[in-house]
Design a protein around this ligand. Structure first.
Ligand SMILES: *Cc1c(COP(=O)(O)O)cnc(C)c1O
Length: 447
């Protein structure tokens, strides 16, 4: 790699490299490309410390819904800060956590909201609750889990058990009690003449075979409904969720839907599993829950699960906690975010916005080097036919040079923008993404 000069030592980028260990990053890569310092953000735009402006095409790692610094969320946070910043949730309660729990129950039909701060914590809470349920109901052997090939449910040691992405897991394999994986219903796996429903039925048949053999030791199946985002926006038919629900009921295995990335309107409905008309046993929420302002996650479950913990015996309770469980500020941000869905009629507005984005992105969709162009709700993905070894990193640089934040996963280019793009932002996204694609592919011929 060519030695690029380091940033001047007094810049934020240089100080960051000296003091911060950045996530999901080989730090040495920053020798060639220092991190970009962001000074402020407004709507879908990030403003660099250097005065440059970038369109946030991936919603700041899939968390932002209504743009940055939304005045409604800001006002709610300022108001809450003047009332109650934090109080422990064991033995105490407060209005924001109660109101949020009531609203999430009304939206999902599941309740008894249990809170954490990150998505991975929600995964762990759901897995622990499921296994503990079976123990409390006299079936302690049901303590294993099964997930989908390519599944992603977070990266703490417990969550890694059900995350089937080699690069995140390999180094920690000895620490992890690996779950089983069954085939993904990824519609790209369709044989010639097969539909997405056919692939779903094939994957469900494999799940059934697995459950037949292992149901007695299996607590739960965990799935990312409709879109396996971290696998590269792998999309599947809702038919898979219907079949998986029926199989889980038949074999007495919990169905956990991880809506951390796809919840809150991302796939066109408030929650992705609703497109299948199913009722899961657990729902994991995070990311968009606070509109991208504060860390908060929640797990919702059924009355039956809750009842199995309700007892005179303390040890039968769910004795899990995080210091910031149900933080009032985060809960207020979540309430303000849910209010915005109503005020802006966001699901309907998104349907219209998605049509405009889809039309503007047609040249990418029909690009001669794009395969499996796909779109659901406010997610677009295009597999790029390229041999460039580090396509994602190169593409990211070309997009940044055009004032656009996009980070392909492998050779899958995708966009997951905030729900507040005006015509200028739509144009920046579509034309910038296309120009960056052509610029990146040009490097192939120059090698
Ligand atoms: C991001 C993500 C997680 C993990 O959330 P963190 O807050 O990053 O721990 C879990 N599941 C899915 C589907 C995700 O996309």
């Amino acid at each position: 790699m060519s030695a690029t000069p380091q940033p001047p030592p007094d810049t934020l980028a240089a100080r960051s490299l000296a003091s911060v260990w950045h996530p999901c990053t080989q730090m040495k890569r920053h020798e060639a490309q220092p991190p970009v310092a962001i000074a402020r953000a407004q709507g879908p735009w990030l403003h660099g410390a250097d005065g440059k402006r970038y369109l946030d095409g991936i919603s700041s790692w899939w968390v932002n819904l209504f743009g940055h610094s939304h005045p409604h969320i800001q006002a709610a946070l300022v108001d809450q800060l003047g009332r109650l910043d934090h109080v422990m949730l064991a033995g105490f309660t407060h209005a924001p956590v109660v109101e949020l729990s009531e609203r999430l129950a009304a939206l999902t039909g599941l309740g008894h909201a249990f809170y954490g701060s990150d998505g991975a914590a929600a995964t762990e809470i759901a897995l622990k609750m499921s296994a503990h349920y079976w123990r409390n109901t006299g079936r302690p052997a049901k303590s294993r889990f099964v997930g989908l090939a390519g599944g992603y449910h977070g990266e703490t040691v417990g969550a890694l058990a059900v995350t089937d992405i080699a690069i995140f897991r390999e180094a920690y394999a000895p620490l992890v009690r690996l779950a089983a994986t069954v085939p993904s219903p990824d519609a790209r796996g369709a044989a010639p003449g097969e539909t997405a429903d056919d692939v779903a039925r094939r994957a469900a048949a494999a799940l059934e075979q697995w459950l037949q053999e292992h149901h007695a030791t299996t607590a739960a199946l965990i799935v990312e409904p409709l879109v396996q985002c971290a696998a590269g926006m792998a999309m599947h038919s809702p038919e898979y969720l219907r079949l998986a629900r029926a199989l889980c009921s038949r074999y007495e295995v919990h169905l956990v839907v991880d809506e951390i990335a796809v919840g809150f309107g991302r796939t066109g409905t408030m929650f992705a599993h609703q497109q299948a008309g199913i009722r899961p046993d657990f729902i994991c929420l995070s990311k968009g829950l606070t509109g991208g302002t504060l860390p908060l996650s929640a797990v919702l479950t059924t009355d039956a699960v809750y009842a199995a913990f309700y007892d005179d015996d303390v040890a039968r309770g769910f004795l899990h906690s995080h210091s910031y469980t149900g933080n009032p500020l985060a809960c207020r941000a979540a309430l303000a975010t849910l209010e915005l869905f109503e005020q802006l009629d966001a699901l309907k507005a998104n349907a219209a916005l998605a049509q405009r984005i889809d039309a503007a992105c047609a040249p990418i969709t029909h690009h001669p080097r794009v395969r499996h162009a796909r779109h659901l709700g406010m997610i677009w993905a295009w597999d790029v036919d390229t041999t460039l070894p580090d396509f994602a990193r190169r593409y990211h640089q070309h997009a940044m040079a055009r004032g656009l934040v996009l980070r392909p996963i492998g050779t899958t280019l995708y966009a997951m923008p905030p729900y507040v793009l005006d015509d200028e932002a739509v144009h920046c996204l579509a034309s910038g993404a296309l120009a960056a694609l052509d610029a990146t592919l040009k490097e192939e011929t120059h090698r």
